[in-house]
Write a protein that binds this ligand. Structure first.
Ligand SMILES: NC(=O)C1=CN([C@@H]2O[C@H](COP(=O)(O)OP(=O)(O)OC[C@H]3O[C@@H](n4cnc5c(N)ncnc54)[C@H](O)[C@@H]3O)[C@@H](O)[C@H]2O)C=CC1
Ligand SMILES: O=C(O)/C=C/C=C(\O)C(=O)O
Length: 480
């Protein structure tokens, strides 16, 4: 059975303690590889390597760093099909999605920040005849990047790329549930000649290696994406250590559909926003509010479209809906469907585990599920399910729609579907979310601030926001 290795000081190495975890293939429910259960000993090695590498990497001219990162982006692009296949096996997502989204964005993340390195500049403030201030943006030093399982290499590179671009050395931990593409990424780093110690990748659980990364005194900033409970636990450890944190956490995102929307296009995109990646994206729209005059028509069209999604083998190019990432996660999602029924919800489509034949018989497949008849206060509409489950609810007025949209503890992303420009602007201004999409969903421009408010997190990723996070400003004041 394949054994994944850590990547420390430019080499693939076994964990010092010799401990491993099983890695499951979600589509089959079978163990197919093993991953290091790293601990503080591995971390000390990684920190020593990063310390040795840090000055040379920080002092390297931006263009040279950009060239190395561009080579890494090329390597990811060339390995795109292999990465997509590994993601489909490790995560359960359809291979077509993994190619179009995961592989594509992993390369794009690195390329974007390779280019940004050469464009990043700092500020200068003239004091007239008195003097001048200018600001240096120094790398923070050694930073920790901790990523989740839903978009494995995509979110791993989304953090690592700006950290490296701004001259930091990185200790990174991918999710223990989907470690495979971070392992492939380590091999590509070796292939393209990323200097030793600049990136170090440690595998294992949050308790065994995630926590120690957050606590380590040499690691000065933590960029984390994952559940809100984990984010709060990380913040509690990092705050007294005065570490910078960027926390991109959960969502319970509302989708607002108005009667004046482009009907067909909206049905299509709302289905995509709810069920892409089996609903396992923090941006997915899981609470769909529809203006009452089109509620029945929209519901019928949405249910019809979603019921036709092809559920099957993630490795089959025609599959549109794959497996959930793990057995515990599947059980969590199914338990929320049961809860929704107990809370008075009516299941309009889906609602059950799917049993597929042959090698997929033990796989973690759950039908795309649409539920109606629940109010905003119930747990189904308040808690993040993070799976292929959404609820529908009609509304009568703009005021009611706004109150429903803002009515949870989360504030990550929302989408509005309407051709009334005034309404779109007014809603965009009044909604408590970090990201508002109007007549689109997840239309991404990597320069924009990415992240949420309320329990959806602290700080922003993307573009200069990420580059500012990974640098320390130093003001220099010169008197003439
Ligand atoms: N992007 C998002 O918004 C995501 C949200 N979730 C939500 O979180 C729920 C739980 O999923 P999990 O896989 O348990 O996510 P998680 O938030 O626990 O895991 C994310 C990453 O954090 C690490 N981690 C866990 N505990 C840690 C700690 N104390 N210190 C440092 N690192 C730690 C994990 O090993 C993983 O690499 C999901 O059901 C879903 O609702 C999960 C993944 C992504
Ligand atoms: O950067 C994006 O386009 C998407 C990011 C998605 C997440 O952060 C998530 O699902 O956790």
């Amino acid at each position: 059975m394949q054994k994944i290795q850590n990547y420390i000081n430019g080499e693939l190495v076994d964990p010092i303690g010799g401990n491993y975890l099983d890695n499951y293939e979600p589509a089959t429910g079978q163990i197919y590889s093993q991953i290091p259960q790293s601990d503080h000993q591995d971390l000390e090695m990684a920190v020593a390597a990063a310390k040795a590498a840090k000055d040379e990497w920080a002092d390297m001219p931006a263009e040279q760093r950009a060239n190395l990162l561009s080579k890494l982006a090329d390597a990811i692009e060339n390995a795109g099909d292999e990465i997509a296949k590994a993601e489909a096996i490790d995560n359960g997502k359809p291979i077509s999605f993994a190619k179009a989204v995961d592989s594509y964005r992993s390369a794009a993340n690195i390329r974007f920040f390779a280019n940004a390195t050469t464009q990043f500049s700092s500020e200068c403030h003239s004091m007239g005849a008195v003097g001048v201030n200018y600001t240096l943006r120094d790398p923070v030093g050694i930073v920790g990047c901790i990523s989740p399982w839903n978009l494995p290499l995509y979110l791993f590179t989304w953090k690592i790329a700006p950290a490296l671009a701004t001259g930091n050395c990185v200790i990174a931990k991918p999710s223990e549930i989907t470690p495979m593409t971070a392992y492939l990424f380590a091999k590509l780093c070796i292939e393209v000649g990323i200097p030793k110690g600049v990136i170090n990748i440690l595998h294992g659980t949050g308790a065994s290696i995630g926590g120690p990364i957050v606590e380590h005194p040499a690691i000065k900033a933590i960029s984390f994406t994952g559940g809100s409970a984990t984010g709060k636990a990380i913040a509690a450890v990092a705050a007294p250590l005065l570490k910078k944190t960027s926390l991109e956490l959960g969502g319970k995102n509302p989708t607002l559909v108005f009667a004046d929307c482009d009907f067909e296009a909206t049905v299509k995109e709302v289905a995509r926003s709810a069920f892409s990646n089996q609903g396992q994206i923090c941006l997915c729209g899981s609470r769909i509010y529809i203006e009452r005059s089109i509620y029945d028509k929209f519901k019928k069209a949405l249910v019809e479209r979603v019921s036709k999604l092809r559920i099957g083998d993630p490795l089959d190019e025609s599959t549109q809906h794959g497996a959930l990432v793990s057995k515990p996660h599947m059980e969590k999602v199914l338990s929320y469907i049961e809860l929704a029924k107990q809370e008075g919800g009516k299941v309009l489509c889906g609602g059950s585990r799917v049993e597929l034949p042959g090698r997929l018989a033990e796989g973690y497949f759950v039908e795309p599920t649409i539920i109606e008849g629940l109010d905003i206060q119930c747990r189904t509409n308040q808690e993040e399910i993070f799976g292929p489950v959404c609820t529908l609810q009609p509304f009568d007025t703009d005021e009611e729609a706004l109150a429903l949209a803002n009515g949870t503890e989360y504030g990550l992303a929302t989408s509005i579907w309407s051709n009334n420009i005034k309404r779109c602007h007014t809603f965009s201004r009044n909604m408590d979310f970090g990201i508002v999409w109007v007549n689109c969903w997840s239309l991404r421009d990597l320069r924009t601030p990415f992240g949420g408010v309320k329990s959806s997190g602290v700080g922003r990723e993307g573009g200069y926001e990420a580059m500012r996070f990974f640098t320390e400003p130093k003001n220099i004041c010169i008197k003439y």
